[in-house]
Ligand binder design. Structure first.
Ligand code: SF4
Length: 278
């Protein structure tokens, strides 16, 4: 399939998703926009499809300022939604998120678009987990949809007047799921999409203090003393609580978190280091 055929296929899916979206809500599609390359591609396709939509950036309060400026400057139509709790309040209560305990996405991002047809720029070749996604699925806390693998197609949901969707369920649609990174790059060049400078620091656009941030990315944002101070203040309150005595200080906790090691490995390595220095 060449690039034009791929564009046509994605637009056809977006238009079909709009039929369901409008039946569910007068605003039509909910388009999740992160500022990253794939979401730029998605939003461009949505505009080409000429469908009713609302494009939304979910603020986490742990957002790179460059990304916020980029979106405001280049995509003024994108709305910013704010979470009920900020990231640093969550850190104070739960500590920093880790790859195994990535609790903050669920609280700060995943509630966005509840009860709607949601489009996002997820692509299959980003991870083994995403490679298993279907282009259309129902995300719900209800048991019948717990595997996140809907047995309903968009056509069936339209025909059954979306009776299978209830309350906070979301119909997730991924129109660029089968696009490769090279095709995304080609589309950006052909359509002269703006360059997000976050990519000068990292291959991803995402939160600053994230378990998926690279060392280089964190060091880049640490240059802004405000971020680090906010984080250390929150971590200071976290470690001071009586039930968390694994670290003596916020600084020690933060140094451990940046290594990505288990606590036992980190402490053993530090112990060895201290022995060698004696
Ligand atoms: S992107 Fe990272 S830091 Fe941001 S909400 Fe998700 S897991 Fe948390």
């Amino acid at each position: 399939m060449n690039l034009n055929e791929k564009i046509d296929e994605s637009i056809a899916l977006i238009r079909k998703a709009e039929r369901l979206a409008v039946a569910m809500h007068p605003e039509g599609l909910w388009v999740g926009f992160s500022g990253g390359r794939d979401s730029q591609l998605l939003l461009e396709l949505v505009k080409m499809a000429g469908v009713k939509h609302r494009a939304v950036y979910s603020v986490t309060t742990n957002d790179p300022p460059e990304n916020v400026y980029f979106i405001r400057r280049n995509y003024p139509e994108v709305e910013f939604t704010h979470p009920a709790q900020n990231f640093f309040t969550l850190v104070e209560k739960k500590g920093l998120p880790t790859r195994k305990a990535r609790y903050c996405c669920a609280i700060l991002k995943e509630g966005s678009g509840a009860g709607r047809v949601v489009l996002t720029g997820v692509r299959a070749d980003e991870s083994a987990r995403r490679a298993k996604y279907n282009e259309v699925s129902i995300h719900s806390n209800r048991k019948e949809h717990s595997d996140r693998n809907s047995t309903y197609s968009l056509q069936q949901m339209i025909e059954n007047e979306h009776r299978c969707i209830k309350g906070k369920d979301k119909v997730m649609v991924y129109p660029v799921l089968r696009w490769t990174a090279a095709e995304v790059q080609q589309f950006h060049a052909d359509h002269r999409l703006s360059f997000n400078t976050c990519y000068e620091v990292s291959s991803r656009v995402g939160c600053i203090f994230c378990p998926f941030s690279s060392k280089r990315e964190i060091e880049h944002y640490e240059r802004d003393p405000l971020f680090k101070r906010n984080l250390l203040n929150a971590l200071g309150r976290y470690v001071a609580r009586a039930d968390h005595k694994r670290f003596e200080t916020a600084e020690e906790y933060y140094e451990w978190w940046k290594t990505g090691e288990s606590i036992s490995t980190y402490k053993e390595r530090k112990r060895q280091l201290n022995l060698n220095l004696q």
